[in-house]
Design a protein around this ligand. Structure first.
Ligand SMILES: [Zn+2]
Length: 340
């Protein structure tokens, strides 16, 4: 094992920490980057932030490309009835009206969409304790097309915004506003702030948590979904672990380091859900075979990929379920609120 002297950017531990070398494999440049694992808080972090970061987010980086069409509304009347049904499903209100309306309309599909492999949009909203469509919701690091916010809009939420400093310009999609900006420059406070796999891309983790605390309403909730370290996949695949995503992921938090970060900012984690998918397994398997994620044969982009047999893909799915249940997955969702 190689060790090097570094100061941890999460807990300030200045020590000889174990180091690892990871390769850029999303696009397959195979450039190498050193990471160190803090002896104290366990966070795996990139030793030096690359100077030319834009180079690692090319124009075809998936979260920064816009879909060709965007459409929310179908028939106005059906939409209004569905919104009423969502009110019952999400906020436990108006049960009588709901049992009448359910003869005419189904709940919109968006309520069952799963941004996380564990929880549907509806379950996330209920865990976060949101109680009306007018409560303000902000997604941090949403990319140019805010898929999660558009699911919420389809359900009836009206105060939706996103922020991402890496997109090309501000965007608006009906009621959703997306700002090319940093969280610190966004005015107002929110009932729900979400970070779906964006925290690990942000350099100053302490500042981000301070800003989250400042931007939460007193009973607000923040949902942070990130890769988590170590994990069963890390044990098996080491630096070929797809979630390492060098050099875009600066931090692969341990349970201890994410808790420390939250506590330092006056926040606490009140629910943790492990939510990995087959991707963690087949992606790591691809990197071990020296195949970049964006290769044409990749199941990540190509539904008809034959890189793995159906039986192998089913095994990856079963393993993902196993590690979620045994809490050894390499992805987790943390529900966070202000400390009392
Ligand atoms: Zn540390």
């Amino acid at each position: 094992m190689t060790v090097s002297r570094y100061t941890c950017r999460i807990c300030n531990s200045d020590d000889n920490h174990p180091t690892f070398i990871a390769r850029e494999m999303m696009f397959g440049t195979r450039e190498t980057f050193e990471y160190f694992q803090c002896n104290t808080c366990g966070c795996l972090q990139i030793s030096e932030i690359p100077k030319d970061l834009a180079k690692y987010y090319p124009s075809d980086y998936a979260p920064h490309t816009q879909p060709e069409t965007y459409k929310v509304h179908t028939n106005w009347f059906i939409g209004a009835m569905q919104k009423q049904r969502c009110r019952t499903a999400l906020f436990d209100k108006h049960h009588k009206l709901n049992s009448f309306l359910k003869r005419f309309v189904d709940l919109p599909k968006a309520i069952h969409e799963k941004p996380s492999s564990i929880s549907s949009v509806g379950e996330i909203i209920r865990t976060a304790g949101i109680s009306s469509f007018g409560q303000p919701i902000l997604d941090v690091g949403c990319g140019i097309y805010p898929y999660w916010l558009s699911c919420l809009e389809k359900l009836g939420f009206t105060e939706l915004s996103g922020v991402d400093p890496l997109i090309s310009c501000d965007q608006a999609y009906d009621r959703i506003k997306v700002f090319k900006s940093e969280l610190r420059d966004i005015p107002g406070k929110f009932s729900l702030i979400t970070l779906h796999h964006s925290l690990e891309h942000i350099f100053d983790q302490n500042e981000m948590f301070t800003e989250i605390e400042k931007h939460l309403l007193p009973d607000g909730v923040c949902l942070v979904r990130i890769p988590i370290f170590p994990s069963k996949v890390w044990e098996e695949y080491g630096t070929n672990w797809v979630e390492l995503d060098a050099p875009r992921h600066f931090y692969l938090h341990s349970l201890k380091s994410i808790k420390m970060l939250a506590n330092k900012a006056g926040l606490e984690i009140f629910d943790t859900q492990y939510d990995t998918t087959a991707f963690e397994f087949y992606g790591s398997e691809m990197y071990t075979r020296d195949i970049p994620l964006t290769e044409k044969c990749s199941p990540f982009f190509n539904e008809n990929s034959s890189l793995f047999t159906e039986e192998q893909m089913n095994k990856f799915k079963a393993r993902a379920n196993e590690v979620n249940e045994s809490k050894q997955a390499g992805r987790a969702a943390f529900f966070i609120r202000k400390k009392n």
